[in-house]
Design a protein around this ligand. Structure first.
Ligand code: GDP
Ligand code: IMO
Ligand code: MG
Length: 427
């Protein structure tokens, strides 16, 4: 099983960090393929809790090489501070590899992210303000700065000049902000070059060779399927492709080399930021899910919007990612509800709809059609096998599996590595 993708099946924060870390001990490489430090992946090892933003969750497994692929946008200041934070806690970060083709997030990207959100007012996306959208826009617009540019001062200066020529007009004339000096940006970026140079590698060549030699490579997605710029709830999305295809373009590994695609699926639903969310609960149940589930953003500290499980979304994730397995997380959070509603279809303009509508307007009008399943009250956090779960928890998992279109191969019953019921092996 040389290559597998692990990605979010909903709107992010499904527990990808925990799932990646769990597999980290058995794989040779863990590779981030898109996104940047908009991600917040929590890993709990024993009594230690880590919040990772840019670094792949495999960094906490000593045998595993963490890789930042070409599809990621890298804020060098954040990267270096994350590395030193982990080193201070005794984590060996020396194996990290970074693609020279990954694009950089510079201070002007972060500024533009914030001012453009302010400019949008009521229509804002609710971004993380980390410069993600502007950095990807520059990449597509062919005025981005790449990691490799840090090592050629003359090229770096030319590229920063080209980018700022236009952006300074926008900043000054549209947003009424001060222009940003080329020298200041170049100087700051050059200041990172020496500290990053040892990590930069031809990651595409290295990963392809590793797979050809039978080593195990895990691609770790940031965000989630419904935040994908092509397949998500556009325009309320992030600016990259968290879906499975992103693992190929974001690393330079072809689809024929990927054997398994695992969707991380929360036993209920959450979303951070603006945009449609059919099963959102604005009542006591939503507040209860938020409190028991600890649903507060790892990156921005914002409260997550909470709602019941949505099987239409899970089926959609199976389809657009070609999922082979689900890893169902946070089942323990649902303990104590007498009955648990699950959305099985939508009602749109009086009609029952089983699949996610492609039309934005239809999705905004979608009302959830619920089936209600019986709950359980027993503590499940110590369960190690499926049979140890209460009968109603087993039925809940089986019902979700039937509705979602791929086998549930693991179940999370707590945040820790060992709080997992493994049903089918991923490797
Ligand atoms: P990610 O962005 O997908 O990595 O997810 P986050 O780390 O942002 O949010 C998931 C949260 O749920 C974290 O606080 C995890 O420690 C926690 N978590 C993950 N799996 C489980 C689980 O099965 N049960 C419980 N109770 N918490 C979990
Ligand atoms: P992980 O990897 C949840 C959301 C933001 C906003 C939208 C666009 O921890 O699951 P951006 O800053 O990316 O331009 O913001 O995407 N968002 C996330 N929501 N989890 C994440 O990452 C997210 N990364 C971005 O809240 O709605
Ligand atoms: Mg997160």
């Amino acid at each position: 099983m040389p290559a597998l993708v692990l990605l979010g099946a909903q709107w992010g924060d499904e527990g990808k960090g925990k799932a990646t870390d769990l597999l980290g001990g058995s794989v040779d490489y863990v590779v981030r393929y898109q996104g940047g430090n908009n991600a917040g992946h929590t890993v709990v090892v024993g009594d230690q809790k880590y919040a990772l933003h840019l670094l792949p969750s495999g960094i906490l497994s000593p045998g595993c090489t963490p890789v930042i692929g070409n599809g990621v946008v890298v804020d060098p200041a954040v990267l270096l501070s994350e590395l030193s934070g982990l080193a201070d806690r005794g984590v060996d970060t020396s194996k990290l590899l970074i693609s020279g083709n990954a694009h950089l997030i510079t201070p002007y990207h972060t500024t533009l992210d914030k001012v453009s959100e302010r400019f949008l007012g009521k229509r804002k996306i609710g971004t993380t303000g980390r410069g993600i959208g502007p950095a990807y826009a520059d990449k597509i617009n062919r005025v981005g700065i790449r990691v490799q540019d840090l090592f050629d001062e003359s090229i770096l200066r030319q590229k920063v000049e080209a980018a700022l020529d236009y952006k300074n007009q926008v900043l000054a004339k549209l947003y009424n902000r001060r222009a940003i000096a080329v020298d200041q940006v170049v100087e700051e970026l050059l200041g990172y070059a020496d500290r990053l140079s040892g990590y930069v590698a031809d990651t595409t060549l290295l990963l392809n060779n590793a797979i050809d030699q039978g080593q195990v490579v895990l691609f770790e997605g940031g965000q989630g399927t419904l935040l994908d710029v092509d397949h998500g709830t556009y325009p309320f999305v992030t600016s990259s492709n968290p879906t499975a295809g992103g693992a190929c373009t974001g690393t330079g590994v072809g689809p024929t080399k990927i054997n398994r695609v695992i969707g991380i699926l929360k036993a209920y639903t959450t979303r951070v930021g603006a945009g449609p969310f059919p099963t959102e609960l604005l009542d006591e149940d939503g507040e209860k899910l938020r409190t028991i589930g600890g649903e507060r953003g790892v990156t921005t500290g914002r409260d997550r919007r909470c709602g019941w499980f949505d099987a239409v979304i899970a089926r959609y994730a199976t389809r657009v990612n070609g999922l082979t397995d689900f890893f169902l997380t946070k089942l323990d959070v649902l303990t104590g509800w007498e009955r648990i509603p699950v959305c099985v279809a939508y009602e749109i303009d009086g009609k029952r709809v089983e699949e996610l509508p492609y039309s934005q307007t239809d999705f905004h009008h979608a009302k959830p059609i619920y089936e209600t399943l019986p709950g359980w009250s027993e503590d499940i956090t110590q369960a190690k096998t499926f049979d140890e779960l209460p009968k109603n928890a087993q039925k809940y998992v089986q019902a979700l599996e039937e509705m979602s279109g791929a086998p549930i191969s693991a179940i999370g019953v707590g945040p820790g590595r060992d709080e997992t019921i493994q049903i089918n092996s991923f490797l």
